[in-house]
Design a protein around this ligand. Structure first.
Ligand code: M6R
Length: 609
């Protein structure tokens, strides 16, 4: 996720761009840059670090340009650095471009471009795009962009300027957002509405496969194959604060709603083109090493630890090897069982959690191959692990982790299938089924989000209580742990997550008349067992809300409330089932008037032991 802004009109472009980028810093903040058309050439200023650093550089400049583009980056390919910051330029310096998204086939395109003599100055996937524009350009910039996007695979919001076309901006979109702001004698483009809101409320929202040509006098919209498109103006009615969160009142809710996109991005490029194999090129364990694996260890903290538990379960089920798991604050002191023949997986959204990092270092000290799963390029985990598998959730601003967790589950599932395929412990049928279900998760997650009002009703009830229970079996139990953590973290309601079969060994005493119990029942092979446990709870007066899949509806008669998810393979159900739990916590916290995005006593990144 990155933030993009462009301006064309009669006024100075830089102040508009910088103001717009400031509104988009939530989309990325590891580096920033601008490109403006100044006296017949393109001037680029960019730097690693936050926008303030770029502002300090620009303060000493007198750039009078009236056309320009800007970018605030969240690194994907290439760590945060001056070189990797956008905008990027071609060999001639005639074109500059900013990009949000991931170009999946950049390696093969780059090889071709290098053979044809192009010189690269960054490690980014983006740079290939501007060199392609240079190659395709025959006097028509729009055509060159169209020819370029026909070559690239992946997701993109692209915004291009050229000193050969000083009064124009060309942009194109696929799977990454772009809005056009319509001004008076000037026009704007941005990744999100807040960047333009102080200047206009009249916008076009570009759809996938559309592009636009902006001039001060007007905007032409067409498909990337050149067919004109007539757009309806979208009049923004949100207040500016709400607009900064994509129309949602809190970052947490924005991030919950971003999950379909985050899942899609995390899957991108990690499934073979024929959709039969998982491809995790970033992990440098040979087929032989994988085939000979005797075991693995996983460590992480908090929500990331819960994602680790799901990963452990899946690796054990699919790859048939034992997986040790510990919270990182325990792992580092327990003389852990890792070494040259026992790799370690560390999971950390921020990549900076002190206990997780110490465990990573302990693993390396013992000679283990360490696979880091993190959301932040250039973070300590990314730099110090032997290999990194990134979750492409984009920056997570709310303290409570939501979209990072979901993408950790996706990476965990990919890792389990990948190891199992290498070891030959998974049948082709099951592998194909899981891969095809993985591909459907973004759309199904979108459908789960449509259940928001149903969940809100449950949250209203839960919010009246000081205690709640989450019960489930198998993977559902692991999800219970995440459900109870989320509820405690932001609503301050005390909650417990229990293996459903364990209640009767003590805790059942706490189930009294009306106590809210969330029963997760997505593991359909265990449905009968879970139903028995629900019956035990009902017999003590517990108020039970069940979360199951469409094919688990027989549960309904045992419940006070049912939340039915789209059907998926039960191994992947946690990715969908966590969404109602996140919404439940969010709305319970709202009911209780809690500060959702900044819960008490909790920091986003815990860099102390
Ligand atoms: O950045 P990390 O994933 O390493 O953070 C680990 C935990 O501190 C984090 O998941 C914490 O539990 C969150 N507050 C969860 O919402």
């Amino acid at each position: 996720m990155c933030g993009i802004v462009g301006y064309v009109g009669p006024n100075k472009a830089v102040p508009f761009i910088m103001e717009g980028l400031a509104k988009l810093e939530y989309r990325g903040y590891d580096s920033a840059g601008v490109a403006v058309l100044e006296n017949g050439s393109i001037e680029i200023r960019k730097t690693e670090g936050r926008l303030k650093k770029l502002a300090d550089i620009l303060e000493h400049e007198t750039l009078g340009a009236t056309t320009g583009i800007g970018h605030t980056r969240w690194a994907t390919h290439g760590r945060p650095s001056n070189r990797n910051a956008h905008p990027h330029s071609d060999c001639t310096g005639n074109f500059a471009l900013v990009h949000n998204g991931i170009i999946e086939n950049f390696t093969s395109i780059k090889e071709g471009l290098l053979e044809r003599g192009h010189k690269f100055t960054s490690e980014t996937d983006t740079e290939v795009v501007v060199h392609l524009i240079e190659e395709f350009y025959k006097g028509d910039l729009v055509r060159a962009v169209q020819d370029t996007v026909a070559e690239v695979r992946g997701s993109y919001a692209l915004v291009v300027v050229s000193c050969l076309h000083p009064d124009m901006i060309v942009c194109a979109r696929k799977d990454s957002p772009l809005v056009i702001g319509l001004g008076e004698g000037e026009n704007y483009v941005a990744s999100d509405i807040p960047a333009v809101l102080r200047h206009t409320r009249r916008t076009y929202v570009l759809e996938d496969g559309e592009m636009a040509v902006l001039r001060s006098g007007g905007v032409d919209v067409m498909t990337t194959t050149g067919r004109p498109v007539s757009k309806n103006v979208f009049n923004v009615t949100w207040d500016p604060v709400q607009a900064e969160r994509g129309g949602y009142p809190h970052f947490m809710l924005t991030e919950i709603h971003e999950q379909p996109r985050a899942i899609r991005d995390t899957l991108r490029g990690r499934i073979s083109e024929d959709r039969t194999r998982v491809v995790l090129d970033e992990v440098h364990l040979t087929r032989d090493e994988l085939a000979g694996l005797r075991g693995l260890a996983i460590t992480a903290c908090g929500t990331a630890y819960h994602a680790g538990m799901v990963t452990k379960y899946l690796i054990e089920r699919l790859a048939r090897i034992p997986v040790e798991i510990d919270v990182a604050s325990e792992f580092r002191y327990k003389d852990p069982l890792v070494g040259p023949d026992w790799p370690l997986v560390v999971i950390s959204q921020s990549g900076e959690t002190a206990d997780t990092l110490a465990s990573l270092r302990e693993g390396k000290r013992r000679g283990a191959h360490v696979i880091g799963i993190t959301n932040v390029v250039g973070s300590s985990v990314a730099r110090e692990a032997s290999d990194v598998v990134y979750t492409w959730a984009g920056p997570e601003i709310a303290v409570a982790s939501t979209k990072a967790y979901v993408t950790q589950l996706v990476v965990g599932s990919l890792l389990a299938i990948w190891i199992a395929q290498a070891k030959g412990t998974i049948s082709q049928d099951l592998a194909h089924e899981l891969i095809s279900e993985l591909n459907e998760l973004p759309e199904k997650a979108q459908r789960v989000l449509e259940m928001e009002d149903e969940v809100k009703a449950v949250a209203k009830f839960v919010a009246e209580w000081d205690d709640a229970f989450f019960i489930g079996r198998g993977l559902d139990f692991m999800l219970c742990l995440e459900g109870q953590l989320k509820l405690k973290e932001i609503s301050y309601i005390h909650a417990e997550g229990y293996p459903a079969g364990e209640l009767k060994h003590g805790t059942l005493a706490l189930i009294t008349e009306g106590v809210p119990v969330i029963a997760l029942a997505t593991q359909l092979d265990l449905l009968d067992k879970t139903i028995s446990n629900i019956t035990e709870v009902k017999a003590r007066g517990g108020h039970v809300t069940g979360v199951t899949m469409e094919n688990g509806r027989e549960l309904e008669k045992h419940l006070d409330h049912i939340l039915c998810l789209p059907r998926t393979h039960q191994y992947l159900a946690p990715v969908l089932a966590v969404i109602p739990l996140q919404l439940l916590s969010y709305y319970a916290a709202i009911e209780r008037g809690a500060d959702v995005d900044k819960p008490r006593n909790l920091a986003k990144s815990v860099t102390v032991e």
